[in-house]
Design a protein around this ligand. Structure first.
Ligand SMILES: [Ca+2]
Ligand SMILES: [Ca+2]
Length: 439
C-alpha cells in the first residue's frame, strides 16, 4: 500500500502562514532564497518515459520515433537513475514490429533491470490501450515475454526498500518468477501473470508468479476493484511469501489458479499461495478466488510463519485441500467444530472464546470454502459456542465449513471438517455469482 504523507490541514497551513508573515514583518527571521522543502516526493511530477518499441536493446536514451526509440529496458534504467517518481507509459505502434494488431510482445533476452530507485516508477501497461486503443478485449495490450530467455529468467525484480513501484496492466510470462520482490511498498495490480493475453492458456513457469522474498514488506497484490485484480495462473506457486522479515503484505481480490473469468481451471502447478520460512503477519483476502491449484489453495508452513490472516476468500477445488497449516505455521491454530446444519442455521464451537476470535462460514461441495457466507452469530455466554444464521436465509451449498482467526495473533485456521448444510439444493447447480465478481 502506497504511503502518502498526510498534507497539513488548511487551518494549520493558514496558522503557519500568518505566523511566518508576522515573523517576517518583525524582521526577526530572514527567509532563505529557496524556502520550499521537498516535503513529499509525490508532490513532484516525475518524468514520463514512453516506451515506443518492442525491442529489448539499451542505447541509454529514450527518444521519440522515428529518429530514436525508447525500450522498456532503457526506460527502467533511466527511471532508476532520475531520482524521482517517474512513470513508464506505452505507446507502441500496433500493428507494427512485435505487434499483431491485438497485443504487442516485448520479448526480453534476460531479466529486466532490477528496480532499485528510492522512489520507484509506475509502469503502466494500460496506457497502451489509451494511446493505441483497447485492442485486446480479453486483457492487457502489452506482453512481457521471457519465454525464449534462459530458463529461470525472472521478468521483474523490485529491490528498493522505499520503492513505491507500481506494476500495472501487463501480461507477464517468464520461466522464472514473473515478479520477484525483496523491497517494500510496491503495488502489483491488473496484470496477467503466467498466462497468455486472453487469460485462458498458460506457459508453464518454473517459478512463482509473484515471489515476496525475505525483506518484502507492506506490498499490495491486487485490490478492491476489478481493475486491480491480478490473474495469477500457470506458475509453480501463484504467490510465494518467505523469510522472517516478509510481513505486512496484502493479497486482495486476485484470481489465483483460474482463467480470466474466475470460473475455469487454469491452476498453478503447486500451491495457490505458499507462505513459509517465517513470513508473518500477512493478509490473504478479501475476495481472492484461489482454485484449481495442483496442491493446496494456501499452505502456511514452518516455525515462525505466524499471524497470517486468511479472510473472506473463495477457496475451492484445489487438489490437496483448501488451507493447510504445517510445521508450526499459524501456530497450528485448531479449526472450529461444526454440527450438521439446518439450512437456515449451523452451530459450532471453538477453543478460543469470543470476542477474541472471528469465525467465517463457507459453503462448498466438499471440505474447502467456495462461497463465503455472510450472516450473524449468536454466541453462548462462555463465548465458546455459536449459532450462525446466513444473511440470505439459507446456506448456499450442500456442505458447510468454517475457519477461525485468532484476533490476538492474526492466525487463521484450516477449514473445519465439513458437515452437511441441511439444504436440499446446492448452489453448484445454479449460476454462481460471487461477491464482487460477475463470471
Ligand atoms: Ca533508445
Ligand atoms: Ca485490453
Amino acid at each position: 500500500m502506497r504511503f502518502c504523507p498526510k498534507p497539513l490541514s488548511g487551518r494549520r497551513n493558514r496558522v503557519l502562514t500568518v505566523f511566518s508573515l508576522s515573523l517576517l514583518l518583525l524582521g526577526l527571521i530572514s527567509l532563505p532564497t529557496r524556502a520550499v522543502p521537498k516535503s513529499s516526493p509525490s508532490l513532484f511530477v516525475g518524468t514520463i518515459y514512453t516506451v515506443n518499441t518492442t525491442a529489448d536493446d539499451d542505447d541509454g536514451s529514450c527518444d521519440p520515433l522515428p529518429s530514436g526509440d525508447c525500450t522498456l529496458r532503457e526506460a527502467i534504467n533511466l527511471a532508476n537513475a532520475d531520482g524521482d517518481s517517474s512513470t513508464i507509459e506505452f505507446n507502441i505502434p500496433n500493428p507494427g514490429p512485435g505487434c499483431d494488431g491485438i497485443t504487442c510482445i516485448i520479448t526480453i533476452d534476460s531479466a529486466l533491470p532490477s528496480i532499485w530507485s528510492p522512489e520507484g516508477p509506475t509502469i503502466d501497461g494500460t496506457t497502451q490501450a489509451a494511446n493505441q486503443g483497447d485492442t485486446n478485449s480479453y486483457g492487457p495490450e502489452i506482453e512481457i515475454s521471457g519465454e525464449t530467455a534462459p530458463v529461470g529468467t525472472v521478468c521483474f525484480r523490485l529491490s528498493s526498500p522505499t520503492s513505491h513501484t507500481t506494476i500495472k496492466g501487463l501480461v507477464i510470462r517468464c520461466t522464472g518468477q514473473g515478479i520477484r520482490i525483496w523491497g517494500n511498498y510496491n503495488t502489483i495490480i491488473g496484470n496477467y501473470i503466467g498466462t497468455d493475453a486472453t487469460g485462458t492458456a498458460v506457459l508453464g513457469s518454473f517459478g512463482s508468479g509473484i515471489s515476496l522474498d525475505d525483506v518484502a514488506q507492506n506490498n499490495t497484490i491486487g485490490g478492491p476493484t476489478e481493475a486491480d485484480r491480478n490473474l495469477i495462473s500457470g506458475n509453480h506457486s501463484g504467490i510465494a511469501l518467505w523469510g522472517s522479515t516478509t510481513t505486512g503484505n496484502i493479497i486482495e481480490g486476485n484470481y489465483i489458479g483460474t482463467d480470466r473469468t474466475g470460473t475455469q481451471p487454469l491452476g498453478n502447478t503447486y500451491h495457490g499461495i505458499y507462505i513459509h520460512d517465517g513470513a508473518h503477519d500477512n493478509t490473504v483476502g478479501p475476495n481472492n478466488i484461489i482454485a484449481y491449484n495442483g496442491h493446496l489453495g494456501v499452505l502456511v508452513n514452518e516455525a515462525g510463519t505466524t499471524g497470517n490472516t486468511i479472510t473472506q476468500n473463495s477457496i475451492h477445488s484445489n487438489s490437496l485441500g483448501g488451507i493447510n497449516l504445517s510445521g508450526g505455521g499459524n501456530n497450528m491454530l485448531a479449526s472450529p467444530s461444526l454440527s450438521p446444519g439446518a439450512c437456515d442455521a449451523v452451530g459450532g464451537s471453538t477453543r478460543i472464546a469470543w470476542p477474541s476470535v472471528a469465525v467465517e462460514v463457507f459453503s462448498d461441495a466438499d471440505g474447502q470454502g467456495w462461497f463465503y457466507e455472510e450472516g450473524t452469530f449468536d454466541w453462548s455466554p462462555d463465548g465458546l459456542s455459536f449459532t450462525f444464521y446466513p444473511a440470505s436465509g439459507s446456506l448456499h451449498g450442500l456442505m458447510v465449513t468454517a475457519t477461525i482467526t485468532d484476533l490476538t495473533t492474526g492466525d487463521t485456521s484450516e477449514f473445519s471438517a465439513p458437515v452437511p448444510s441441511g439444504c436440499p439444493v446446492t448452489f453448484l447447480h445454479l449460476p454462481l455469482i460471487l461477491k464482487n465478481y460477475t463470471p
